[in-house]
Write a protein that binds this ligand. Structure first.
Ligand SMILES: [Zn+2]
Length: 376
């Protein structure tokens, strides 16, 4: 446990530390230093565009913002994922009993159970979460009205996203659309819906021509709308190439979070460091589970290299993964905060750094000056 990672912990009260770490009541943290500095500087007019309102980033200073989770999915999502050509030959997941309906099914009808989900969001609030980004794109079953109802009923702020997933899951018309067409469609989505980000924008193990087109298009849609972009990589593959494409159309790297980099097994974190050096965010976004033990030393390496301000943490929680919800005995949607973060703390990461990652980096990534008027 290196001394420098523990020496500043005393600057936080126990209540603040417990709240941040998800172990106490959802008492708001008072604004405080980030990495030894003050509240982050945001551009004039910057907001976080949630499904219910445009809010100043300071509205979320008091807790954790999770930048990549899933609160809505289409009822056919699991079946479509399982049917992807790249999954051919993989064993089908065993059928499971839905705890609400009693049906044996891969689908979970609780996805549409508002009361259940509101209770989960209330529990996440108590854990210290103040805002959740839903990374489900329209083709994956994004449901803005349902997100609005969840947010209204629970008081949890929710950010909705636009975009496309990976080539295998694209709507068929993408293949025949031009880059201009895709760009226009993404801008149109952000103009007609209260979107706060583009994501999760995915590429396959090797980037396909369609994915390259869509990535260029979302980069151009960012320039037109101001919305930040978070990505899906295939276990970290093509991470730098994703950033290359986005930068090639003019996207500033600090508006991009490259995703699933905790799944890139690389003890020396060279790719992670390269992404950080270029100024983009590195997403450790499947946390609170099996990969935690492998990821803790990777995060420590990046902290030691001075990249604390480039890290983002989330869980990529799936609304349809019903055993993971707290009411079903799981850790819930706050698991990156309640399961993974304590492991970082135990490894010696100080409270100021944790606060910087959870409460500041996520807002620095999300906050933008929207170039399109708010609708809805
Ligand atoms: Zn995701």
């Amino acid at each position: 446990m290196p001394e420098e990672r523990t020496s500043r912990a005393a600057r936080f009260t126990r209540r603040e530390a417990l709240s941040l770490l998800g172990a106490g009541a959802a008492t708001a943290l008072s604004p405080g230093p980030i990495f030894g500095a003050q509240e982050p500087q945001f551009p004039a007019g910057a907001v976080i565009r949630t499904v219910l309102d445009d809010l100043p980033p300071s509205a979320f200073a008091g807790g954790t913002t999770l930048f990549h989770e899933h609160l809505t999915h289409g009822s056919d999502w699991n079946a479509r994922m399982a049917a992807r050509p790249s999954r051919a030959g993989s064993p089908a997941p065993p059928p499971r009993r839905d705890p609400i309906t009693g049906c044996v099914s891969d689908l979970w009808e609780g996805c549409a159970n508002l009361d259940f989900l509101v209770e989960e969001l209330n529990r996440a609030k108590r854990d210290g979460v103040v805002c959740i980004v839903d990374g489900t794109h329209p083709d994956g079953g994004r449901d803005i009205n349902f997100l609005m109802q969840m947010s209204r009923r629970s008081g949890m702020s929710i950010v909705a996203s636009g975009g496309y997933y990976v080539d295998e899951m694209y709507p068929p018309e993408i293949a025949t659309m031009s880059e201009d067409d895709v760009t226009e469609e993404l801008i149109q989505d952000a103009t007609t819906n209260p979107l706060g980000a583009f994501g999760e924008m995915g590429t396959s193990a090797e980037i396909t021509p369609n994915e390259r087109k869509v990535f260029r298009a979302v980069g151009r849609a960012h320039l037109a709308t101001g919305l930040p972009i978070f990505t899906h990589t295939e276990n970290g593959k093509c991470a730098e190439e994703q950033l290359d494409i986005l930068e090639s159309v003019g996207v500033p790297p600090e508006r991009v979070a490259i995703g699933h980099l905790g799944s890139l097994v690389a003890p020396e974190v060279e790719v992670h460091k390269a992404i950080c050096r270029r100024g983009a965010f590195v997403g450790f976004d499947r946390q609170g589970g099996r990969s935690d033990d492998r990821n803790v030393p990777m995060v420590l390496k990046l902290l030691d290299a001075g990249y604390a301000d480039r890290l983002l943490i989330s869980a990529d929680f799936g609304v349809n993964a019903w055993p993971n919800w707290q009411q079903n005995g799981g850790p819930g949607i706050s698991r990156a905060l309640t399961v993974f973060v304590p492991k970082l703390r135990q490894a010696g990461v100080d409270e100021e750094t944790l606060r910087g990652i959870l409460a500041h980096n996520s807002r620095r990534f999300l906050a933008c000056v929207p170039q399109v008027p708010r609708r809805g």
